[in-house]
Design a protein around this ligand. Structure first.
Ligand SMILES: [Zn+2]
Ligand SMILES: [Zn+2]
Length: 412
């Protein structure tokens, strides 16, 4: 990166940590937390930091000017010691949702690869071999597009629902935040989870993702004599039973013939389900659609239920939650890939939360940048681009997003 761009990013990050210092709050039990910083220019991680008070934390942000700031989900007796000597006392339960783990159709349009050797680039997943120079190492650049951000938010909504409804966590112990890039974090801070080991946390991951879940153990089967009809879970059922019902409800409400064929149904059964859509809808007032269409077998309903599990399951990063020593991004700190900040918000506001408004950290100034290539993007209410090999003057927040992504350079 050019030093002009690098200096611009550094200046803006310094400004932010000076001016918005008061927005940086200490996590609970500050003395027990480990902190980590990624250094702006060198991109190396500085770990095993500890702070006595929030003022020390704030002033070190101004002095170090990190590209990214993290604190441990864990509590330690000695956070600044090496890993083995820290004295683990417990950890919050954390979840990370990232568009990288959600298959969105737009990824092939906006994600870029760049050859590490010659700089050749293209869209979507990188090729095996660079078509220009024949080398095999690539950097991938993902993009915080609106569709991907919406997809992440939908997962966060499902996760919060499972944590409150199935696990019974009160909203007081849950924190939801936009990560500042392409995802959401959910943080559970409660005595009841603190002591869980990695395996116990893995069990929670499996539950949330519906791994190994079979509908036959959740109410789907044949009823007893005399009719031997198919019966299944109800919308009012608790836990995964209710989720299987809800997934089935949602799917059959709008499914096209093609949707039904894609999950492995025979055309005759797909037609039959579509012809009975009104009856299916009506059936949820009683026992659900499971037994109402004569020749739709248990096997067919099982395929539908399996798909509904897939839809209801939450796509989380499976590595993060079981890690009892995980570092997580500090709220209101800047994300080094975007210049947006990580923002927490109330669960009640999740539906209307707009990350591209709430996470904007810079409101003043214009800067001229030379853009290599970016898709159309939005910051607050303004749409920019698409740009390709052109010089444009942009507001600081929009320019920073491109500069941090390495998709533009500051020009004089
Ligand atoms: Zn190359
Ligand atoms: Zn996208």
């Amino acid at each position: 990166m050019s030093s002009l761009s690098q200096n611009f990013i550094r200046d803006k990050f310094v400004d932010y940590y000076k001016q918005k210092s008061a927005s940086i709050l200490a996590p609970s039990s500050l003395l027990r937390r480990e902190f980590g910083f990624i250094l702006l220019e060198k991109k190396v991680m500085l770990r095993h930091k500890g702070f006595k008070n929030v003022e020390d934390l704030r002033s070190s942000l101004v002095n170090i000017v990190p590209s990214d700031v993290y604190f441990s989900s864990a509590y330690y007796e000695r956070p600044e010691d090496e890993m083995k000597a820290k004295g683990w006392l417990g950890a919050d339960l954390v979840f990370d949702i990232d568009a990288d783990h959600i298959p969105t159709p737009c990824a092939a349009l906006h994600d870029l690869w760049v050859c590490s050797s010659c700089g050749a680039s293209g869209r979507g997943k990188h090729p095996k071999i660079c078509p220009t120079c024949g080398q095999i190492k690539f950097k991938e650049k993902t993009w915080p597009c609106e569709i991907c951000l919406e997809a992440s938010k939908a997962e966060a909504i499902k996760l919060v629902d499972i944590l409150t409804e199935d696990f019974g966590f009160s909203s007081d112990v849950l924190t939801v935040a936009f990560s500042g890039h392409r995802g959401y974090h959910v943080h559970v801070e409660s005595e009841s989870v603190r002591g869980l080991d990695s395996l116990a946390r893995k069990e929670i991951v499996d539950y949330v993702m519906g791994i190994g879940l079979e509908a036959k153990f959740h109410g789907l089967g044949k009823s007893n004599m005399p009719e031997r009809r198919v019966s299944g879970p109800d919308l009012n059922d608790q836990g995964w039973r209710g989720r299987v019902a809800k997934g089935t409800y949602d799917f059959l409400l709008t499914a096209s013939k093609n949707d039904l064929l894609k999950i492995g149904l025979k055309p005759i059964h797909a037609n039959s389900l579509l012809n009975h859509r009104d009856a299916i809808l009506e059936s949820w007032k009683k026992k659900g659609p499971w037994g109402i269409i004569q020749h739709i077998s248990l096997e067919t309903w099982t395929k539908i239920a399996e798909y509904s599990v897939e839809m209801q399951s939450v796509k989380i990063d499976t590595v993060v939650t079981p890690d009892v020593n995980r570092l997580i991004r500090l709220p209101n700190s800047l994300h080094g890939k975007t210049g947006l900040k990580k923002v927490e918000f109330s669960i009640r506001d999740i539906d209307d939360f707009d990350p591209l408004k709430s996470a904007v950290a810079f409101n003043d100034g214009l800067v001229k940048v030379d853009v290599s290539e970016v898709p159309e993007f939005r910051v607050k209410n303004q749409i920019y681009g698409p740009f390709k090999k052109q010089k444009v003057e942009l507001p600081t927040a929009a320019a920073l997003m491109l500069l941090c992504k390495g998709m533009a350079k500051v020009v004089q």
